[in-house]
Design a protein around this ligand. Sequence first.
Ligand SMILES: C[S@@+](CC[C@H](N)C(=O)[O-])C[C@H]1O[C@@H](n2cnc3c(N)ncnc32)[C@H](O)[C@@H]1O
Length: 585
Amino acid sequence: MSSTANSDLQAIFQFVKDAEGKFDHDLCDVKESSLGGVGVFAKRDIPAGTTLLQLHKNSIFSASNSSIANLLNDEQIDGILALNIAFIYETTVFKEKSHWYPYLKSIRIEDPQDNGKLKLPPAYWNETDKGLLHGTTLDTLFDALTPQEEVERGFEIAIDLAEKWNEEFGLEIPKGYLDITDIEDSEAIESRFHKFIAVAYAISARVFEIDAFHESALVPVADLFNHHVVQPDLKFISLFDVCDLCGEPGMCKHMLAEEIEEAKEVERKENANKISKKKEDRPVVQTLDKAVLEKLEADLQKEIQEQINEKEKELSKGKELDPDECIDMTTINDVKAGNEIFNSYGELSNVFLLTRYGFTIPRNPYDVVHFGSKLLELARNNEDIKNRAVWWSETGYDKYINWFKEQFAEEHEHVHGDSCDHDQDEEDGHEYENNNNDNDKDNDEEDMDEQYEEGEDDDEDMEEPEEEKEEDKPWLSELEIDYEGEPNASLLAACNLFSMEPEEFTNFSKEVENDHGNMERLLALDNGTTNSFLEKIIIESQNRLQNTLNSNASDGINDEQKACTKDLVNAELEILRKALLPLQK
Ligand SMILES: C[S@@+](CC[C@H](N)C(=O)[O-])C[C@H]1O[C@@H](n2cnc3c(N)ncnc32)[C@H](O)[C@@H]1O
């Protein structure tokens, strides 16, 4: 989806060179990739552990580095919205005057192969084209065909700020993007809104998480590496723990102020203790007095000055860049001459790849098929299933999860939506490795929820399962068949539960409410009725997806996007086919 033109490459390389970044042109060749756009290829054999790219964080484009950093900061705008607005200003208002322009102008929001049409994510396709994804996990679980209110709010904020900055500082309003002169002119508004979304989509296909100061940023050259789903060759390294106010990796005036504040707090507490202990006639403990605080402050100042001196000395000697202030892209595998060098954007399903990056890959092992909406549909049409769903949601599911955790603690299988230690990046808070946010699938899908869904309502009860959204409850969102065609424990439990005879369900639910009951029963798939139930919902889902596959596209999207929708639906059909095999034996 996001492709760099060959003609833009020299300007990008020059930008990196001017910023004293290091990109190893002896080892890397950037050229057209069969995957679309360009990719980076090994000119020679490259051993693991080779740093191919090193850039000082000053030369990455973040909202904090942008020409309007202070304005955004004053308005407390951060995250992707800040990056989006900053990108628009650099590329439409400052243009050649912007330090970033030689790089940013290579990131295009229009499709040169499709008459310059904007590239938009599925939520902004027309209804006919959205039909190509109906019933897929993208639609049913992530609701990613529905435009989200927060995007619209972001657009409104951007327009208001542009007007405000224009009035207060005479800052030009980005033409064609944030200049709304007539609020009745819905065509003009829509065209600007779509450009705003196209910028967000182009950014989301390239953005990296950098650190506590820069947050999300665009990184020249690092964003030329394509994604490999199972065997990436590179890791992206950036020290996360820096001062969130100035970006310094070591001690800085903000951290100093924080330490002094903490020391004062300790002193306040100690004094309070002293008073209460005096009252109790106990011996008085030693507390930090003013002189100690002053000494601490002086020591820290000295330490900072020493660090600054050290840095200046290193720079004057023309030494290497401080790695803590750089981002690195380093190989983790040996790469053979001629091969494309791949990054990893994370352990992401095709749903996520399409929604965020605009592409899909064949045989993606992170693909799954979700059954939440299917089971809700059954509950809507069958009073008995509805009652069981209510009981499961309110009582049974939590008990089942607790039992499951106890039983399978070692296997540590994820059958629920809770986060657990396993989900934490080992280096969380220290270094980001890999591209574009974190590399944890569960977290990525949560990010996606945040990006595409409205706030959750945990208090919503299960009286009306019709109104419950799949993503709102783990018991619904966790119902899936994985890439190998294996139903997970949540889906097995739901199938067993919904296919029990009425009397069996009554007994089972009573047992469970008193104790755990026979939870093993919920994991079994050797029961004829459970098999038939699962088979039935799989076949119904196949039929629904087959209809989707047979529907026609309009010319609202390009051929690549059409192909992605087919890939995505076919991948889900393939999973369902695999899942049916053992059931029909
Ligand atoms: C960070 S850019 C990578 C460089 C990009 N190919 C270019 O020309 O600038 C991400 C975009 O590259 C393309 N891409 C990356 N990995 C891909 C893959 N495995 N298959 C197909 N397209 C891919 C998609 O268009 C995606 O939006």
